[in-house]
Design a protein around this ligand. Structure first.
Ligand SMILES: [Zn+2]
Length: 344
């Protein structure tokens, strides 16, 4: 098992869904969003037929990841230049009408390993960065952080273009537009309470860094969180903070996300638990789709749906986590700065 970075085009951004990635280009947000998680649900699940909460009926099936042989065949004649492009310019070729989609742009160096095609789990998703990005998405959207929030004017205009969620589309008021409050919108008092709950958190020594200094209650902001701070915030603090500040259905959905990561990070796992979690996370993401706007669903949010399968195949996440690698990187960077200082 190797942590590899497969460069894929945004439209087919998921390395596991490949050409069956359910993506949508947001005209105003100028990016892709990845929804359609009802495809991963049981064929008779009630959410598949809930036209009111979702955008129509979903009868599709979950995509089956390509086999190693298929990936090798796809990338067989691909010429890859590793490192920086010597020409110095990035060339982007537009797909012609009728041409098959170009899912992979580069051939990973790991594909050269003779045993790569025999690996049960050839691609490792980085749970640490997935968790960090999901936590940031949630916090930035709940607190309406400038430029980082996934609920803004562009997101509202995208709903207009897509013709969905009429209640959340911008309403013209004179020459300006008014954005209707989303179900997760908090007023200033609630935002302050949310920040105060996080500010008052105390942890035993060595459990977590002191995130109180990152919480700015007056400005109603949370800034400068590290990956492990997001890990603690999402799993330990978010369920407490959303209890009194958000409507019940939104709170329950976010607690489900928190519980999901707790189960994923469990040091002891059972295969049956992970199989159950595969169904549960598809349900959780479907609930989030009914609450949050399409711009919330970037690739990292979608990758949550593949994590239980990874844990089922590869064992507890601590064996494939990026934390030790990142810590060692920090140590190496420390040596570099020591050398620089000695030269001065
Ligand atoms: Zn996928």
């Amino acid at each position: 098992m190797h942590s590899i970075r497969i460069v894929t085009s945004g439209e087919f951004g998921c390395p596991l869904c490949g050409s069956h990635t359910c993506s949508l280009r947001l005209k105003e947000g100028k990016k892709f969003c990845y929804m359609g998680h009802r495809r991963f649900l049981d064929p008779n699940h009630e959410y598949r037929f809930d036209e009111e909460s979702f955008d129509g009926v979903e009868l599709g099936t979950a995509p089956v990841p390509l086999s190693r042989e298929e990936v090798l065949a796809l990338t067989e004649n691909m010429k890859t230049v590793f490192g920086k492009d010597p020409s110095g310019k990035i060339t982007t070729k537009k797909r012609k009408v009728g041409e098959p989609p170009m899912v992979r742009k580069r051939k990973s160096i790991w594909f050269r390993l003779r045993y790569w095609k025999d690996l049960l789990q050839p691609h490792n998703l980085d749970a640490m960065h997935i968790e960090k990005n999901v936590c940031e998405n949630i916090i930035n959207t709940l607190l309406c952080m400038d430029r980082k929030s996934k609920d803004n004017y562009s997101s509202g205009r995208d709903l207009e273009h897509l013709g969905i969620r009429k209640a959340l589309q911008p309403v013209p008021v004179g020459e300006q537009f008014d954005l209707p409050a989303a179900p997760y919108a908090m007023d200033n008092e609630k935002k302050k309470l949310f920040c105060e709950i996080l500010k008052e958190a105390r942890f035993p020594d060595g459990c977590a860094s002191d995130i109180r200094r990152n919480v700015l209650v007056k400005q109603k902001k949370i800034v400068g969180l590290k990956s492990h701070d997001n890990h603690i915030l999402l799993q330990q603090l978010l369920p407490l903070a959303v209890r009194n500040t958000l409507p019940k259905e939104v709170g329950v959905a976010l607690v489900r996300v928190s519980r999901f990561f707790k189960q994923i990070y469990s040091p002891v796992i059972s295969i049956s638990d992970m199989e159950k979690l595969e169904g549960e996370i598809a349900e959780t993401l479907s609930i989030l789709e009914a609450i949050f706007l399409p711009s919330f669903f970037d690739l990292m949010v979608h990758l949550m749906v593949h994590l239980p399968t990874q844990v089922r195949l590869g064992g507890p996440i601590k064996y494939s986590s990026m934390y030790p690698v990142e810590r060692y990187n920090m140590k190496l960077k420390g040596f570099k700065s020591m050398i620089l200082v000695s030269h001065v």
